[in-house]
Design a protein around this ligand. Structure first.
Ligand code: SF4
Length: 448
């Protein structure tokens, strides 16, 4: 079968498996009462990681699939910062409800969004102080933020230095001016280069870029050029995501010119061209869509078998518990997942009333854990030990049969291994072990 035929056969909507079970299967049965029990029962000696979602941006990018709102005014963002601090203190009270009064050790804090630098520098400092009050922030804390380089001023840079920011992810997407215009995100190369320089001067050790393929007016050549320009700035990591066009879920994407979007075979070629360019410039591919310099901790985690997957994508963070703050933030605990109310106003109302803002979640069964381990291994290492499957796992084996026949995976004495040919279809292989996946579904992005 040719590659084009493979794409035609397997390019269907599948999850990105940043969790398992995935978020569409969360339900209201996991509520604030369940989460209060989980928080009180967290083992005192285990470090936790924190995720804080800042749901504001100054301008809408038309490709955006994130939970955010646009505001030019600062007051809503300042109010949000107050509410976020209230939520941090509220969760802190629940953590000591189990009788353990020592502050939980935190090794990793990640600000995502939205745009965390919608916060002003003082808001950011006050949030960090609130975290420091409630949690025991490790001396070598991995403090990471997703930032918009278009809005990175000296005040925020000074706050990053003062708070010890270790890593910053910059949304870059594409360096081609025509593509930038078509996605309403005009951000010249020089602006990004300047942001990288400023961040390094501010003491940020790790710089990540997010690039996107599959955008309007991109070509194989333009993607290779964007990857080359990105590599020339030597970020430690580059994520190369496929644009997920879901205008029925994201109204802003209706502003994208659909006639200028590449088809699936072209998307595959764009990814391959950018990936080749990054590898040529010394980057190592990590899992599905990340690239890292060999000196980066993600590359080291891959070689040492410590690579994991969470809501931020690939990570070397080994904490079993991630506590989420802010609207739509997801917490991951040893017992299951819980997600906050999606929108800012209802989230703020709950927090101001002193209630956990949980909207939904899912408790993990033994079967979920087994499948999650297999899916994580496929997403991280392209391999899985199927001897852990129960003997009646006929469904999974039936789903694997065509993948084996098409040469995407090999199965040898219970050991599953993705082949080079199967690499673009990693999510399809992982989906063979997803007990929840229905053949529908418009909820997920395409595999290629
Ligand atoms: S900056 Fe990021 S979160 Fe904000 S609109 Fe653009 S893509 Fe969406």
């Amino acid at each position: 079968m040719t590659d084009a035929n493979l794409i035609a056969r397997y390019d269907r909507p599948v999850p990105r498996y940043t969790s398992y079970p995935t978020a569409p299967h969360f339900h209201a049965g996991i509520d604030r009462v369940a989460v209060a029990d989980w928080l009180a029962a967290l083992p005192a000696e285990e470090p936790v990681s924190l995720y804080l979602h800042v749901p504001f941006c100054k301008q809408m990018c038309w490709y955006c699939g994130c939970n955010t709102q646009i505001t030019a005014r600062h007051q809503p963002v300042a109010d949000f910062a107050e509410n976020l601090i209230a939520e941090i203190e509220l969760v802190g009270r629940h953590l000591i409800a189990g009788g353990i009064t020592t502050r939980r050790r935190v090794t990793s804090v990640h600000f995502g969004g939205g745009t965390p630098n919608s916060l002003d520098a003082d808001d950011f400092r006050r949030i960090m102080m609130a975290l420091d009050h409630v949690f025991d922030l490790a001396g070598d804390l991995d403090l990471a933020l997703e930032l918009d380089p278009r809005h990175l001023g000296p005040d925020f840079l000074a706050a990053l230095r003062q708070c010890g920011a270790a890593r910053v992810s910059l949304g870059v997407q594409d360096f081609d001016p025509a593509v930038q215009l078509a996605i309403n995100r005009v951000q010249p190369y020089d602006l990004v280069a300047r942001a990288v320089e400023d961040l390094r001067e501010a003491g940020v050790r790790g710089i990540n870029f997010d690039l996107i393929y599959g955008l309007p007016y991109q070509s194989v050549e333009s993607m290779a050029r964007t990857a080359q320009l990105a590599a020339s700035l030597r970020p430690d990591r580059i994520a190369l995501f496929g644009y997920a066009h879901v205008p029925w879920m994201k109204a802003n994407q209706r502003l994208i010119d659909e006639t200028a979007l590449p088809d699936a075979p072209m998307r595959a070629r764009q990814f391959a061209a950018a990936a080749d360019m990054l590898v040529t410039h010394g980057y190592q591919q990590i899992g599905l869509d990340h690239f890292a310099l060999p000196t980066d901790s993600l590359a080291q985690a891959l070689s040492e078998g410590r690579l994991r997957r969470n809501f931020q994508g690939y990570t070397d963070d080994c904490a079993e518990t991630i506590l989420g703050f802010g609207p739509s933030a997801i917490s991951s605990t040893p017992w299951g997942y819980a997600q906050n109310v999606t929108d800012n106003s209802p989230w703020a109302k709950e927090v101001k009333a002193g209630r956990l803002a949980t909207a939904r979640g899912i408790q993990l069964s033994a079967d979920d854990r087994r499948h999650r381990a297999l899916i994580d291994n496929i997403m991280c290492y392209g391999a899985a030990d199927l001897t852990a499957l129960p003997l009646n796992a006929k469904t999974e084996l039936a789903r694997l049969a065509p993948l084996i026949a098409d040469g995407l995976v090999r199965l040898d004495a219970g050991h599953l291994q993705l082949t080079p040919r199967g690499e673009p279809f990693r999510r399809i292989v992982a989906a063979a072990f997803d007990s929840y996946l229905q053949p529908d579904t418009q909820r997920h992005s395409r595999a290629v």
